[in-house]
Design a protein around this ligand. Sequence first.
Ligand code: GRF
Length: 206
Amino acid sequence: MNRRLGVLISGRGSNLQALIDATRDGRLDADVVVVISNRPEAAGLDLARRAGIEALCVDHRLAPSRSDHDRAVTRELRARDVGLVCLAGYMRLVGPPLLEAFPRSVLNVHPSLLPAFPGVDAQGQALAYGVKVTGVTVHLVTEELDGGPIVLQRMVPVLDEDTVETLRARILVEEHRAYPDAVRLVLAGGWHIVGRRFVRGPQPSA
Ligand code: GRF
C-alpha cells in the first residue's frame, strides 16, 4: 500500500502530531505528505507547517455543496499521490466523492468504544451514561457517522472522580498511541473485510 498519508483536520491537531511523531521516530513507516483543514483557523495547520509538512485549507463554507467540498479535498489529496487518508478531529461527514476515490483507505479515530457514543462529545456521553469503561476506536470510514469496520480499539477506565476534562485527557493519551498503531496495521496489508469485520490474515478462498 502507498505509504503517503494525507491528514484531514478541523482544529487542534494533537492526533496529527502523534502521527507525525510516529513517522519520525521509526514507529510508523509512512510519511504525512499533506494536511488539509476545512477551517482556516485550525491550529493543526501551523503545527504541520512547523514540522515542514505542506498544509492547506479547503474551506467548506466556500463550497456550494458538501459533495463539491469533498471533491475539492479529493483533488488535493490525489494531486499529492496520497495512499491513505487519516481523519484526525475532522468535524465533517465524508461522502461518496472522497470515499470512492479512496476505497477502504480512509481512517478515523473516535474517543469511545463504538458503537457506543458516536458523534460529538463522546466522552461527555460516556460519563453521563455511567459506563465504567470507555476508550478509543480507529475505524475505516464509510458514509455512516462513526460506523465503518473497526480496525482497533483500546479501553480506558472511567474513574469515580472523573470529570469530562480528566476523562477526555486520559482518552486522548490512548488515541495518540492507538492511531499510529492502527495506521501501521492497515498499511501492512494482509487484511480483509467480512461483513462489518476487519479481519487480519489472507482472504479465505471461496
Ligand atoms: C479527538 O478526541 C478525536 O478523537 C476527535 O476529536 C478530537 C480531535 O483532537 N474526533 P485533535 O485535533 O487531534 O487534538
